[in-house]
Design a binder for this molecule. Structure first.
Ligand code: A3P
Length: 300
């Protein structure tokens, strides 16, 4: 496989996207062996796009008949979103043979996540009735979010400028970011009942509207009664950055990959990149975006 280095780690090109070699066998195994159920839902994203937030919002929305969002016993108050909505390929990574993880603990409708790009998803996933919700974020903010995340979880050295150069060339785990975005973007246009495309920035700006859109897409729209009794507002509040960042469950413990839960909650804002990226660097990424997204209808 073609090999490069990004963020101090070797990454390999598989089906036109870059992957860390240690994860690739389990990703391929997941794509080969995973059998979806008709009502599975997948949260998909390019890393650092708000996956954790969308996991929480989708969980709270889909499971609201079992767990009332305003009550003290809600699972999101006591468990990290990555525990409740696991990355499905990591379940295969953790299985000793990478083939048959025990998924029986996840109640139906099951909710999983993955960073795998759309063109690589397996036919059973694409051809079944299961649904996919994608969260997309401004490439500048995803990059800066990754930069902080990487500094927190790794002791490897490297400058922001070097990482930025690589990022602009598309050399980044699950990159190129533009093809990741565009794969799901096009799929959402071609199959609107199968793929819902959300943007981090829209969720920040108008969470009520976006949440209703998501519930409708998931075939569990909010009733007028739910709307009037504040269910939507409770979900938004429960999953808000301020609330989630303070919870003990998100300040202690680690993910399956031994990453502290707290590293998934940093600033939670749009536009923080201006504090880190120089005008010259910004010009470069703007040019890449202009070229890659031209005529796609996707803009930031
Ligand atoms: P920042 O580093 O810009 O703060 P992912 O979940 O895909 O790893 O993305 C992490 C980014 O989402 C981080 O961005 C994190 O702070 C932000 N985030 C996590 N929970 C959030 C929430 N409830 N609301 C808004 N942003 C959130």
């Amino acid at each position: 496989l073609p090999k490069e280095k990004a963020w101090g780690i070797p990454i390999y090109l598989y089906q036109h996207f870059w992957y860390r070699l240690d994860f690739l066998p389990s990703i391929i195994s997941f794509l080969k062996h995973f059998q979806p159920k008709h009502d599975d839902v997948f949260i998909t994203s390019f890393p650092k796009s708000g996956t954790t937030w969308l996991k929480a919002l989708a969980f709270a929305t889909m499971k609201r008949s079992c767990f009332i969002p305003s009550q003290d016993n809600h699972p999101l108050l006591h468990s990290n979103p990555h525990t409740l909505v696991p990355f499905i390929d990591l379940e295969f990574y953790n299985d000793p043979n990478n083939v048959n993880p025990d998924l029986s603990i996840f109640s139906e409708p099951r909710l999983f996540a993955t960073h795998i790009p759309f063109p690589s998803l397996s036919s059973p996933i694409l051809n079944s009735n299961c649904k996919i919700i994608y969260i997309c974020r401004n490439p500048f903010d995803s990059f800066i979010s990754y930069w902080h995340f990487y500094n927190n979880i790794s002791s490897r050295k490297g400058t922001l400028e070097e990482a930025f150069e690589r990022y602009c060339e598309g050399i980044h785990p699950f990159g190129p970011f533009w093809n990741h975005h565009l794969g799901y973007w096009k799929a959402s246009k071609e199959k609107p009942n199968k793929v819902l495309f959300l943007k981090y920035e829209d969720l920040k700006e108008n969470p009520n509207f976006e949440l209703k859109r998501m519930a409708h897409f998931l075939d569990c729209p909010f009733s007028e009664e739910e709307e009037n009794s504040g269910v939507i507002d409770s979900i938004i509040e429960l999953c808000s950055f301020g609330k989630m960042k303070k919870l003990e469950a998100n300040n202690s413990g680690k993910t399956m990959l031994k990453i502290d839960h707290k590293h998934f909650f940093r600033k939670g804002e749009s536009g923080d990149w201006v504090n880190y990226i120089s005008p010259d660097m910004a010009e470069k990424l703007f040019k890449v975006m202009e070229e890659k997204y031209s005529r796609s209808g996707l803009s930031f």
